[in-house]
Ligand binder design. Structure first.
Ligand code: PMV
Length: 359
């Protein structure tokens, strides 16, 4: 990707600091399976969330030598040595595109709006926040940079940290992965869904029911790798790409019944890949299934448009239109809360992506 290689600085910056807030996202059509270096085997689309986000500040101080990448990471006020290897890998992958990171000592201060041990993946919001801070430094070095380039390169960099992080720069609907029916789509970075969406999807609600706060038994890196040699892999990649075409039409025409069946099928297909890999594994918990059954009953009895999706974990994302918020709030409190660990759930809705924080 020659277009993302830094072309040289116009300014000499000795010291600067940037702070960005970037969101988590929830995929409607899932990415599961990749090739090196973090290129997806199929295209995916996600809702960008509003309330679940990471806030990261990076202090950049120019150093004497430029022969190594130096950084510290503080998470929620405490130094976090255990986060260093993943971020060091990330810097290693982006150094070719951002060689100026050798020139600065970087101190990273990061915090999440959602509890760390809530089973909500923070790699998407975490990596995209670092990518935005780095790109803000690049803009200081090269002020003529266009905003569209900044965001595209930030998505490209974030992708090298965690695939789904590429979808956490913009909102409310983002596509990552080359797809013939989505103009401008690319495997290298994510783009905003380029077509006008039906108003029923405005402020679409996502209530995350926390079934299990623990660390996952199987990391997503391992899960992606199990898609190599998976007996159903090719079929799955085709299904996802077909579903992306279908959901693109649905998002434009507002057919919620079709939306529900596609989104739930995607969630279960993702988990079906886990159930049928070698070695196989199960990330759902009994309460995940109890919630799913409750949702199906509620939908049948109330002619509701509520549906669920799942990430690579046991938590259930309840998706529904804003117009049904009052009824669904009542349903959650009266029937679903008992399945949540310590009655914990987080109500969120679609958001517009990364935001600069002026401190
Ligand atoms: O970005 P990763 O490597 O954490 O993979 C994310 C995969 C899923 O969250 C399960 C699906 C998706 O498209 O977000």
């Amino acid at each position: 990707m020659l277009e993302f290689i830094f072309q040289g600085a116009c300014n000499d910056i000795k010291k600067t600091s940037h702070k960005w807030q970037t969101p988590s996202n929830i995929a409607l059509v899932k990415y599961w399976g990749k090739t090196h270096p973090q290129l997806p085997k199929n295209a995916s689309i996600s809702f960008t969330l509003n309330n679940c986000n990471t806030r990261t500040r990076i202090d950049f101080n120019k150093k004497q030598n430029n022969n190594s990448i130096e950084f510290e990471i503080f998470f929620e006020g405490k130094i976090k040595e255990e986060f260093k290897p993943k971020i060091a890998d990330f810097f290693d992958r982006i150094k070719k595109y951002c060689p100026y990171i050798y020139d600065y000592r970087m101190v990273i201060y990061s915090e999440n709006s959602f509890p760390h041990s809530s089973g909500i993946a923070s790699s998407a919001s975490g990596m995209s926040a670092i990518a935005m801070c780095i790109m803000n430094l690049e803009k200081d070095l090269n002020p003529n940079m266009k905003d569209s380039y900044l965001k595209q390169k930030a998505s490209f960099l974030a992708r090298l940290g965690s695939g789904s992080a590429s979808r956490s720069i913009e909102g409310p609907l983002v596509v990552w992965g080359k797809h013939l029916d989505i103009a401008g789509s690319s495997d290298n970075y994510a783009i905003k869904f380029p077509y006008k969406t039906h108003p029923v999807f405005d402020n679409y609600q996502d209530c995350i029911l926390i079934v299990d706060k623990g660390e996952k038994d199987v990391s997503s890196t391992l899960g992606h790798n199990l898609m190599h040699n998976h007996p159903f892999a090719e079929q799955r990649f085709k299904q996802a790409n077909d579903n992306l075409k279908k959901i693109s039409d649905i998002l434009q025409n507002g057919n919620l019944k079709e939306f529900i069946s596609l989104v739930e099928s995607e969630a279960l297909s993702l988990h079906a890949m886990m159930l049928t890999s070698n070695p196989y594994f199960v990330l759902m918990k009994p309460k995940t299934l109890e919630i799913i059954n409750k949702i199906w009953n509620y939908r049948r009895e109330n002619d509701s448009n509520i549906c669920f999706t799942l990430d690579a974990g046991a938590n259930v994302h309840l998706l529904y239109p804003l117009s049904e918020k009052k009824e669904v709030d009542f349903f959650i409190k009266s029937e679903l809360l008992k399945f949540c660990q310590k009655n914990h759930y987080i109500c969120d809705y679609t958001g517009s992506g990364s935001k600069k924080i002026n401190s």
